[in-house]
Design a protein around this ligand. Sequence first.
Ligand SMILES: Nc1ncnc2c1ncn2[C@@H]1O[C@H](COP(=O)(O)OP(=O)(O)OP(=O)(O)O)[C@@H](O)[C@H]1O
Length: 273
Amino acid sequence: MSATVACEDLMKVFRSATGETHALRGIGLELRPGALTVVAGPSGSGKSSLLTLLGARDRPSAGQLSLLGHDVGAASTRELRRLRRRRIGFVPQRSSGAVFPHLRAIDQLRQVAAWRGAPDRHLDESLTAVGLADRADHRPYALSGGEQQRLAVAMALVGAPELLVADEPTAELDHANADRVMDALLAAAAAGSTVVISSHDDRITHRADRLLRLRHGVLSSESAGRRTAAAVIDGTGRLQLPPEVLDLFPDRRVVVEADGDGVRLRRPEESHD
Ligand SMILES: Nc1ncnc2c1ncn2[C@@H]1O[C@H](COP(=O)(O)OP(=O)(O)OP(=O)(O)O)[C@@H](O)[C@H]1O
């Protein structure tokens, strides 16, 4: 099965009056249909920057990003808009950015269904999946923050888009509703979508098919199911050590020794050369 998302040496730099922020510093990644991937990492590690790119809501500063066969760096604005509307479900970190302020919940879904060519029965199914069947006639101002977030998830689910990107979709939810949203997102993945979400929450990360950890704008480790987390070595040979290992090297210098099948890292002062 070919990759829905493929990126190589992906970079995002934000420029402002006070200087540059290198939010993503060379991400290499492939995501395939049928799995839910969680991107975890501390605040400021680049999760939203990455998911915004994967949702075709932004363009990379450098590197390659292919979404559903489209080169995002080279695509026209029109091509990207069609891609976003028809083939990518997106839940932004702030759900107010996803919902139309004046439309009833059911009409919000109807608009998205029209873009995606989804049948009407999908509207009720999507609302029910996130527990909002009894809020169909409510407008956003009459919904709580958590309900708005669930509405944004329902809009992303309508018509089973090939790619579903959700930035902390459970951040404002209690455990029961967070579980319900995760059930819906996992079901979308099981039905063949490529699903990628970000989360800080261990309850969510534990349910991922694949877990990627970001630190300082690079992928630091990856695990799938119960397999031990593997550190990621990028295309230039850089490897990010876990914080507890990094603490062992306060001078940030290390002697690397190949040892049969393994590699040993030790502090230079231990060297007997
Ligand atoms: N539009 C922007 N302009 C300038 N800097 C930005 C912009 N967006 C993000 N950044 C910076 O890029 C870095 C990564 O931010 P990002 O929002 O991607 O992190 P995050 O992991 O999603 O954080 P959080 O968990 O707090 O949402 C941060 O240092 C942030 O301040």
